[in-house]
Ligand binder design. Sequence first.
Ligand SMILES: [Zn+2]
Length: 593
Amino acid sequence: MTETTYTLSPWSLADLFASQDSPELQAALQGLETLVAGFETWRAELNARISTASFMEVVRHLEHIQHVANRVYGFALLRFSADTQDQSAQSFLAQTEQLMADVQNRTLFFSLWWKDLDDAEAQRLMADTGDYRYWLQVIRQFKPHTLSEPEEKIINIKDITGSRALNTLYDAITNRYVFKLEVDGEVKELTRDALMVYVRQADPDLRARAYQELYRVYGQDGPILGQVYQTLVRDWRNEQVDLRHFTSPIAARNLQNDLPDEVVSTLLEVCQRNASLYQRYFRLKARWLGMERLRRYDIYAPVDKSERTYSYDVAAETVLDSFHRFDPLVARLARRIFDENHLDSEVRPGKMDGAFCETLSPDLTPWVLVNYQGRAEDVATLAHELGHAVHSMLAEQHSIFTQQSNLPLAETASTFGEMLLVDRLLAEESDATVRRDLLFRQVDDTYATIMRQAFFALFEREAHELIQQGATVDELSTAYMENLKEQFGDAVQLSDEFRWEWVSIPHIHHVPFYVYAYSFGQLLVLSLYQQYKAEGESFKPRYLKLLSAGGSETPVRLLTEAGIDVYRAGFWQGGFDVIRGWIEQLEELPISL
Ligand SMILES: [Zn+2]
């Protein structure tokens, strides 16, 4: 399909700046200061009678600042990611972060003024703002839940020594945990991340001991961590429900995600109803592992792995070709990442782990970082990150404020891109062991991102009510075990130490109800994929239009325009139907390959 060959390489940041001491970078820093100082002079002009022309000038000025700031910050961040051990990159990043915080503080008066403005005035000014409208609307979204200035000030001040201090304390307590695990006759002292590597290993005893050690340590502090949680939950209700008048604790998060309460409830109900699907999968997985019944310890146990690897060249061709088969435009955009040398693909000492796609502004092609090692999952990761880049590029006609979609839609193109790739590999792979690995990977991943997270959110919803009614830490642990029993049924044997799992999840402490966004994003894409399979060609323009909208409109409206009714349980069920398809394919494979 192309004469290009793809080789593992670092990226080039030349489209940003030639180097850290380039005159252009110094000029950009100078320019940023001038722009911000200029913006501050608008402060006196902001009032309810400002003309629409002046208002647009203010918005464009802020947009200009954002462009320059993202370019500088992006350079610092990407340079650091490429070599995290480089001291000058470290200090430049820290310096830039400080500068960005300054810029934010000095320009904050605009959004405060804008949020405070009366509806009629805001409507007048918003009428002709075109692409900026949704961004402006989002800033005002919290107005009905905003208190008077002195009240907001008091909350801010008291949060520093209140909820924020409790979160810091939680981190301080849990980050110093040391986990001890005997591996090959030697007792290792491990961090949590290092310990969790062992729950994915082949030795069943090692997996069990790793989990037992995890919850032995968390369980020792369980009563204290649980008390921290109770207090955070009370604080959340006092503030969000009693003071800010949200209808329920979860409603405050829903507004942040710009999702209607009913949609989130429907999503969680459909997840709850599909618990039996993963139970069926866990029964199948037990058979593959030669076990009578899976223990909770064995959820992530590996089924034997094939030795198949993919050269980078083949990986790049395969990803681009699977994109091309969906739509040539998608492949063309993805290829830009390679052609413009915006992809850091090789494994190097000091380079940041994992993978990401960084979008800086609509006029810059995004940068992608992966650590390519040739496994099937590395090919899928490449497709995932390139999908993110394609999403940004499809939306590059928008402003810097509206290019990137908000959280519920942020994983759409990435996960969809991964689906295109995996589907193609499955269709063309004749080696049953490779197909098996791909299918197990898909189902394991969707378990972790959809079902597990949905059950966390269900627990949170219940815990917020129980704590309101005065539940003790032990009663919360009991409720958590009930939640696990519902999730796993009789397919998975639970052991008692999992009663402390909830105290070990930072998200539910720090960002209440954040976790359902994972379930939303992933299930949304599976449902979309289901529609694509059912409708073929006619699906494509609607999907591309959805991506092209970026973050210029509320998620539900974008989805509705794309013909998707997220209020309907049947839509979400479509996502589980895809997973059921994978499980059925696995069930057809002869065990003991
Ligand atoms: Zn992603």
